[in-house]
Design a protein around this ligand. Structure first.
Ligand code: GDP
Ligand code: MG
Length: 305
C-alpha cells in the first residue's frame, strides 16, 4: 500500500497527495516512511516562507502569489499554519474561503494545519509537509505562518526564502517584529501600501534587505515581489550550502524526535516536583532523559527481533 501511494504521489495524483498529507499532519510512522521513500525526489521546489503578524494580509498575498505562479504555468503547494488558539477556527475557515479562488484548480494544492502545542513538533511537521509537496512535483511551495513565537521563527528558517510582511500603522511594534525576524527575513513586503504610512514604514525598516511594496487585495506589486524572491534565491544558492541548511533542519527534527519520546505528563510531574523543591532541575532532566534512552532501546530491539 505505501509503495502504491508513493507511486501515485510521484505521479502527481492529488487524492494520493491529500491522503499522504493527512498521514504527515498526524505525525504517523506511515507518513514518515513515505517522506523517507520520496526523499530522493525532493529538492526541486522553491520553498517560500511568508510570515508576519496576524491580519497583515499574508493569506491574501499567498493567494495572489499563487495566481501569478499559475499564470506562468507553475504548480503550487500551500501550507497554512494557524496558531492553536481556540479562536483560530474562523481564521482557518477564512483562509480556506479566501483561497477558494483556486479551489477547482488542481495546480494549487492547499493544506491548512492546526498548530500543535508540542515544542518544535510544528516546525518538523511543516518541513515534512513541504518535503511531501516538493516530492509530489509542486514547482513552488509556500508556507504561511503567523510570526509570533519561537516555533514560527523555526518554521521560517526552513524556507529557501523568507518574506516578512509588514503594514503601515504598526507603530512601535515594527522594531520588535524586526528584531525577532532580522536573522531570517530575506525580503520585506510592505503590504496595504494603499493605506497611508508606507513611506514612513520603509524608513523604519531601513535598507538592510530588499523591500517590496504590495497591495495584496489588488495584486499590485505581487509579480515584482516574486521576482525579488527569485533573485534572492539565486543569490543564496551561491552562498548557502545545502549541508548547512540540513544541519539546521536536522537539529530541528532531532529536537522534535527526542521531545516526542517523553510523555507530556512526565514533564508536568517533574515540573511540579521541581517547583516544590522536592527535586532539582538537573535530576528532573536526568530522569526525563531515561525516557529517550528507553524509546531508542525499544526501537533497537524491534529491529533485531
Ligand atoms: N487595504 C488593504 N487591505 C488588505 C490588503 N491585503 C489584505 N488586506 C485585508 O487585510 C485583512 C487580513 O488579511 P489576511 O490575508 O487574512 O491576513 P493574514 O492574517 O496575515 O493572513 C483582510 O480583510 C484583507 O482583505 C491590502 O493590500 N490593502
Ligand atoms: Mg492568514
Amino acid at each position: 500500500m505505501p509503495a502504491d501511494l508513493q507511486r501515485r504521489i510521484a505521479a502527481g495524483e492529488l487524492r494520493a497527495l491529500a491522503r499522504a498529507a493527512t498521514l504527515v499532519e498526524n505525525q504517523t510512522p506511515e507518513g514518515r516512511a513515505l517522506i523517507a521513500a520520496l526523499f530522493a525526489q525532493t529538492g526541486r521546489a522553491l520553498l517560500i516562507g511568508i510570515t508576519g503578524p496576524p491580519g497583515v494580509g499574508k493569506s491574501t498575498l499567498v493567494n495572489q502569489l499563487a495566481a501569478v505562479l499559475r499564470a506562468e504555468g507553475k504548480t503550487v503547494g500551500i501550507v497554512a499554519v494557524d496558531p492553536s488558539s481556540p479562536y483560530s477556527h474562523g481564521a482557518i475557515l477564512g483562509d480556506r474561503i479566501r483561497m477558494e479562488q483556486h479551489h477547482e484548480d488542481t495546480g494549487v494544492f492547499i493544506r491548512s494545519m492546526a498548530s500543535r502545542g508540542k515544542l518544535g513538533g510544528l516546525a518538523q511537521t511543516t518541513l515534512e509537509m513541504a518535503l511531501l509537496l516538493d516530492a509530489a512535483g509542486r514547482d513552488v511551495v509556500i508556507v504561511e505562518t503567523v510570526g509570533v513565537g519561537q516555533d514560527e521563527v523555526e518554521i521560517a528558517r526552513l524556507a529557501d526564502v523568507t518574506v516578512l510582511v509588514l503594514v503601515p500603522g504598526l507603530g512601535d511594534d515594527v522594531q520588535a517584529i524586526k528584531a525577532g525576524f532580522m536573522e531570517i527575513a530575506d525580503v520585506f513586503a510592505i503590504n496595504k501600501a494603499d493605506l497611508p504610512g508606507a513611506d514612513r514604514l520603509e524608513l523604519e525598516i531601513g535598507g538592510t534587505v530588499p523591500i517590496q511594496r504590495v497591495i495584496a487585495t489588488e495584486g499590485t506589486g505581487v509579480a515584482n515581489l516574486l521576482a525579488t524572491i527569485r533573485t534572492v534565491h539565486h543569490q543564496h544558492q551561491g552562498q548557502r550550502n545545502r549541508a548547512a541548511v540540513w544541519a539546521i533542519r536536522l537539529r530541528e527534527m532531532l529536537r522534535a524526535t527526542l521531545l516526542s519520546a517523553i510523555p507530556e505528563a512526565a514533564i508536568e510531574q517533574h515540573a511540579a516536583r521541581v517547583a516544590e523543591k522536592i527535586e532539582d532541575p538537573y535530576a528532573a532532566v536526568a530522569a526525563l532523559r531515561d525516557y529517550m534512552v528507553g524509546a531508542s532501546n525499544k526501537k533497537e530491539k524491534s529491529k533485531i527481533g
